[in-house]
Design a protein around this ligand. Structure first.
Ligand code: NAD
Length: 356
């Protein structure tokens, strides 16, 4: 839409994309004159961290394998002590949003350069945003210094992402693109990235669920995730992301699964105010017949994902609580955020009803 003025700020990070690209890590490290990186992973991805150590011929300061969901500050403090004790001069995070979150938390505290090697489609590597949990409360902050300086996307590392997680993580990425399309500060460049990213993921994800080791589909999905992550890092998010944040934080619901369930409902809520966006989205969602909501429902059906928040332990009485929290902090959204409508949106997502 060129009828409105806009600002486009490009992110300064360096991106290496492809298959087998982690082999370029040594040259990347010497390019930046680094000598003592600290590797980060979750306990489930230690073997991938060990692979990096081998690729670097053992030339690392150490490995910290306790990254965990929601970036709790006590784990960050522990990792920080460790980083100091081994005189790390840089941070390499290999994993999903949880590990990258720890990398960001360390990097912002120390000023050390951060190289990200993402293994999911969540997109954190492309954003200057950090969510941290202290005393059970998750707080999010945004600072250009949080944005990782280098990102290495290697399709090989995503081959082990289980099909169900690939599906929900991919929907998490699509959600970034959807909200970027109707963001108050969106622009034509971000719209291009959002539509291209959505198209790539919507085509690749069903293929991945059928054949998890299809390299071509995995490559297309990772490319889509990169573009969608850029959208998340570049423009403001609204109803969908705020709701997922509330639901995840207050009712301990899993991140990617919650995004997957809520997305069609949040889009349906906003649809009347964003006809142009609905049209564009419908064009990149297979089987939409010109209706973006139908396109999302078809996609979720093909991916065979859970549709109801109640399946993740949310109780019926939580619907009211969630609606109250969701309307308590005002923020910009294409449609006014009203209690009754939001309550009904959450109820439908809770019950697992189809969005319409
Ligand atoms: P995650 O990082 O929590 O990973 C989930 C699990 O999958 C972990 O056990 C992990 O070890 C495992 N895993 C990851 N990749 C794998 C692979 N290729 N093969 C096998 N197992 C693998 O999940 P996520 O969805 O990537 O991240 C969610 C977290 O990231 C949330 O806390 C969310 O708030 C945060 N996040 C932050 C931003 C941001 O911009 N700050 C963006 C997106 C997500």
């Amino acid at each position: 839409d060129l009828s409105k003025n806009f600002v486009y700020a490009s992110s300064p990070s360096r991106v290496i994309f492809g298959k087998g690209t982690i082999q370029q890590l040594p040259s990347e490290i010497s390019r930046q004159c680094l000598k003592a990186p600290l590797l980060l992973s979750t306990p489930y991805q230690v073997s991938q961290a060990e692979t990096l150590k081998k690729i670097l011929n053992g030339n690392i300061a150490g490995i910290f394998t306790e990254a965990t969901m929601h970036t709790p500050t006590d784990i960050t403090e522990k990792a920080l002590e460790y980083a100091k004790s081994i005189s790390a001069d840089s941070i390499i995070s290999i994993g999903g949003g949880s590990t990258i979150g720890l990398g960001k938390a360390l990097s912002i505290r120390t000023g050390l350069p951060h190289i990200c090697i993402p293994t999911t489609y969540a997109g954190s590597e492309m954003t200057p945003i950090l969510g941290e949990t202290a005393d059970g409360v998750k707080k999010t902050r945004c600072d250009p210094k949080i944005l990782p300086g280098t990102v290495i996307y290697d399709v090989d590392l995503t081959m082990t992402l289980p099909p169900s997680m690939s599906a929900t993580s991919g929907l998490n990425a699509i959600a970034h693109a959807v909200e970027a399309l109707y963001a108050q500060n969106t622009n034509p460049i971000i719209s291009l990235l959002a539509l291209e990213g959505t198209q790539a993921l919507a085509a690749a994800l069903p293929q991945i669920v059928n054949m998890p080791n299809d390299v071509e589909a995995r490559t297309e999905a990772l490319y889509g995730a990169w573009l969608c992550g850029l959208c998340l890092g570049s423009v403001g998010m609204s109803l969908h992301h705020k709701l997922c944040h509330t639901l995840g934080g207050s009712f301990n619901l899993p991140h990617a699964e919650t995004h997957t369930i809520v997305l069609p409902h949040a889009l349906a809520y906003n649809s009347s105010e964003i006809p142009g966006v609905m049209e564009k989205l419908a064009r990149v969602l297979p089987g939409s017949d010109g209706d973006a909501i139908k396109g999302l429902n078809v996609l979720l059906g093909n991916l065979n994902v859970e549709r109801g928040l109640k399946n993740f332990g949310m109780k019926e009485e939580d619907v009211d609580k969630a609606a109250n929290i969701a309307v308590s902090n005002p923020y910009w959204n294409p449609r006014r955020v009203e209690k009754e409508g939001i309550r009904e949106l959450i109820r439908r997502a809770w019950a697992g009803e189809q969005a319409k």
